[in-house]
Design a protein around this ligand. Structure first.
Ligand SMILES: Nc1ncnc2c1ncn2[C@@H]1O[C@H](COP(=O)(O)OP(=O)(O)OP(=O)(O)O)[C@@H](O)[C@H]1O
Length: 775
């Protein structure tokens, strides 16, 4: 029997043993918690039985409140325990399926050799003395990712441990049985990675715990108190590393950080659902996720119509009027920069002296407080604007209270009382009874009843107005933003012409209650400066994926919103498609820190894992400085460039290629166009016969099958086969769109096909012909 066979059998035996222990643990856990579910049901059903309700006297009301609170706490404690229990059962089940993926034999200096098995969760022996499996996030496990056999070291909270790694082994264990085993040398075995990367695209992102690479591990376990900026090539595992990092943080700081203190700014909804399964798969709760657009929409007046970054991009890609386009580009560039934020700061400073805009406060056609009076009151106050606004609010509410009293003596509420619908009357009666403690005897006094009803009517009528005051709607915010463009003089970087146009366009849009994408952050920023910054102190770790698409202003704004958060920015300046024309400085390049004194750490990922080697070789040559990008050694076909004589031939060729890809077993085939319009047109021609799904809104989700969508919507996502249906000089003809083409082409995992009629896009000319096949 050879040594390998022997080892295989030993490992198999160990797996059986581990499975038995896991199964025992799981059953024991279920047994011990059987009563828990019953308790919860019982508590829910009998919630009110154990609560003493008595509201007659204040003392008793307090007691009632305490008793409800106690009962609710008991229930929520049980529900929390149930949640924990449920999570643990799921983890055991997952471990039974695949208990570990790695083993290292480690000899600490002068110590014995210890076999360390690494999996998605830890497992202890019966006596709770030894680890049978170590969690992949444990300090000792980091050696697995960082070293090949030989001298090694790892960090622990109490210092560094050194020693020698005698063996490094990888396992593929599925459904509880050993399917593969590799002893590895230099890096984490190419075999396992080959195996993982060779699979089909999935509609949900996979966890990479078993094959995390050394440079990714550095990001995942990054522990210094600095802002982390990761610049990584397309497909280099930025998002994967971010997700693993979140899981790591939840483990490392499990006593102080929970999942809802971690927030991920995601590029779009498709992406949100794409990454949502990674953490639960690792047995962790999901972090919070939001798109910037959603966040902004939640903070702005609802009657604003916001342009999304995708709409902005679609405009930039579609407008054929080059003059108008250039003016818009100038506006975007201007409004994205930190200089613009400084201008806004100066403007706000000026407002402490003059220039605030307020609304008249009116009720039923009568003016209660005139705008000038508010203005006068505001400028009598001193201090920061938000503090003064707070005082104005209190003052206005007082004015409203006084006004309300007077209104009660008017005729209109009496008239309205007469026309009250029966249910309103009863409601009023009940409310009066509750709040005033009236009984039937006193209430039948008609005069008092009438007075109370009138009071209630006035109160109710005035409530919306008061609410508006509470929400600071007495400030004319839109007008304030607009006014800035009257007051500023033309900034040095713009021509008079451009400036005039920016002023005009901004005002025109504001008057239509339309907010351009580039105005969203500045507007919110102004709102915060006037109304008081709405900061979130709960978030401790903030991640921004596709960070290259955020303007410097936007990042600075987000930083101010989350003062307690540590920042993790991940992106690729080669995929900066939202500022493709404006060329705003990228944070991802060194030397572009927001503030000189800011502590920033730059880490880089240059190796691309998503695509086969021939695809990476092709795509990297689309970039002027792509030579630094390395391909992971996974073989495949060279990309194919199909030249067709006319439109019909092109469609025919696309059809044939789809059929071939399907035959080859590719399940997710994406046809990535440049614009939404092109996607719609293509869908109209081939959609039906292939049951292809058209995706043109960022809110749509992504499933397996044939998809037709503009490339920019596929950010962060990948497909088995990608087809770029029209890469001619009629479509991709601007240097600015190189990054867009690169982003689309790098979505391909296994196959890439490009099509064109007429003349090939000049952007492809930088790619040498031996890197693709001509069809
Ligand atoms: N260490 C790894 N082990 C296994 N798969 C990996 C590893 N690193 C990356 N991958 C795979 O490579 C693909 C790309 O990863 P990911 O989406 O995280 O890259 P990215 O840098 O965010 O890409 P992009 O910038 O193009 O959106 C995914 O399928 C991911 O599972």
């Amino acid at each position: 029997m050879d040594e390998n066979h022997d080892e295989w059998q030993k490992e198999e035996k160990r797996i059986e043993n581990i499975k038995r222990i896991l199964s025992e643990k799981k059953n024991e856990l279920i047994e011990n918690n059987k009563e828990l579910m019953g308790d919860i049901l019982e508590l829910r059903q009998g919630f009110w039985d154990d609560v003493t309700v008595n509201m007659d006297e204040p003392d008793e009301a307090i007691e009632t409140y305490a008793s409800i609170k106690q009962q609710a706490e008991l229930l929520s404690e049980r529900e929390r325990s149930y949640g924990q229990f449920h999570k643990l059962v799921k983890l055991y089940a997952r471990q039974e399926d695949s208990p570990y993926f790695g083993r290292i034999d480690f000899q600490e200096e002068d110590g014995e050799i210890e076999s360390i098995y690494i999996g998605i969760g830890s497992l202890m022996d019966k006596n709770k003395e030894d680890f049978l499996i170590y969690d992949w996030r444990a300090p000792v496990s980091s050696m697995y990712y960082d070293y090949a056999p030989g001298p090694v070291q790892y960090e622990t909270p109490v210092g560094e441990v050194t020693g020698e790694m005698k063996l490094k082994r990888q396992f593929i264990i599925r459904r509880g049985s050993l399917q593969g085993m590799f002893d590895t040398g230099l890096t984490i075995g190419d075999e396992l990675l080959q195996h993982v990367l060779g699979g089909n695209a999935t509609s949900h992102m996979k966890s990479i715990v078993a094959t995390i690479q050394k440079e990714q591990n550095q990001i995942i376990r990054y522990d210094k108190n600095k802002m982390l900026i990761v610049q990584g090539a397309a497909g280099s595992g930025k998002t994967s590393a971010a997700m693993q990092r979140i899981a790591y943080l939840l483990y490392r700081y499990r006593t102080s950080i929970s999942a809802d203190q971690i927030l991920l700014f995601s590029p779009n909804h498709m992406f949100i659902s794409y990454v949502a399964s990674v953490l639960p798969e690792l047995g962790e709760d999901n972090m919070r996720q939001v798109t910037f657009q959603e966040y902004a929409a939640g903070r702005l007046d609802r009657d604003f119509e916001l342009e999304s970054p995708f709409e902005q991009l679609e405009y930039l890609l579609s407008d054929r009027d080059s003059q108008r386009l250039q003016r818009r580009v100038a506006a975007i560039r201007f409004k994205s920069a930190l200089d613009y934020k400084n201008l806004l700061d100066d403007y706000v400073k000026g407002l402490t002296e003059k220039g605030m805009k307020f609304r008249n406060i009116t009720f039923r056609g009568q003016t209660i407080v005139r705008a000038e009076e508010i203005h006068h009151y505001f400028y009598k106050l001193t201090g920061r604007i938000p503090n003064r606004i707070e005082s104005v609010k209190v003052w206005l509410l007082d004015q409203l209270d006084a006004f309300q009293l007077k209104e009660q003596d008017k005729d209109w509420p009496v008239e309205e009382a007469a026309f009250l619908a029966k249910h309103e009357y009863v409601e009023a009666f009940n409310e009066l009874e509750e709040h005033q403690g009236f009984n039937e005897d006193t209430f039948d006094d008609f005069a008092r009843e009438q007075k109370l009803l009138v009071k209630r009517i006035v109160e109710r009528k005035m409530r919306p107005l008061k609410r508006k005051i509470e929400k600071l709607k007495f400030i004319k915010l839109r007008r304030l933003y607009e006014q800035m463009f009257d007051m500023l003089s033309c900034p040095a970087e713009l021509s008079e012409e451009e400036w005039k146009d920016i002023c005009l366009e901004t005002k025109k849009a504001l008057n239509k209650k339309h907010l351009y994408a580039e105005d969203v952050t500045p507007y919110l920023y102004l709102q915060d400066q006037i109304e008081g910054r709405s900061v979130n102190t709960v978030i401790r770790h903030l991640f921004i994926d596709e960070a290259q698409d955020y303007s410097p202003f936007q990042i600075e704004f987000i930083k101010q919103l989350f003062p307690n958060a540590r920042f993790n920015l991940l992106g690729d300046y080669n995929q900066a498609i939202h500022n493709l024309y404006t060329k705003a400085p990228s944070l991802l390049e060194e030397g572009e820190e927001l503030e000189e004194d800011r502590k920033v750490e730059h880490l880089y990922l240059m190796r691309s894992y998503r695509s086969t080697k021939p695809i990476v070789e092709f795509t990297k040559h689309l970039l002027p400085d792509g030579e630094k990008i390395e391909a992971f050694n996974r073989e495949g076909q060279k990309p194919r460039v199909h030249k067709e004589d006319n439109e019909d031939e092109l469609i025919k060729s696309i059809r044939e290629t789809i059929l071939s890809r399907q035959k080859e077993g590719h399940e997710t085939i994406a046809l990535l166009t440049r614009t939404k319009q092109e996607a719609k047109e293509l869908h109209a021609r081939i959609g039906e016969s292939f049951a292809a799904r058209l995706i043109y809104k960022e809110s749509q989700s992504f499933e397996k099958g044939i998809l037709i969508l503009p490339g920019y919507l596929a950010k962060g996502i990948e497909f088995d086969a990608v087809m770029l249906p029209e890469v001619s000089n009629a479509t991709y003809n601007k240097e600015e769109e190189r990054k867009l083409l690169y982003t689309a082409a790098t979505r391909a995992m296994h196959e890439l096909d490009l099509f064109y009629t007429g003349v090939m896009s000049p952007l492809l000319q930088s790619v040498s012909e031996d890197l693709y096949e001509i069809k």
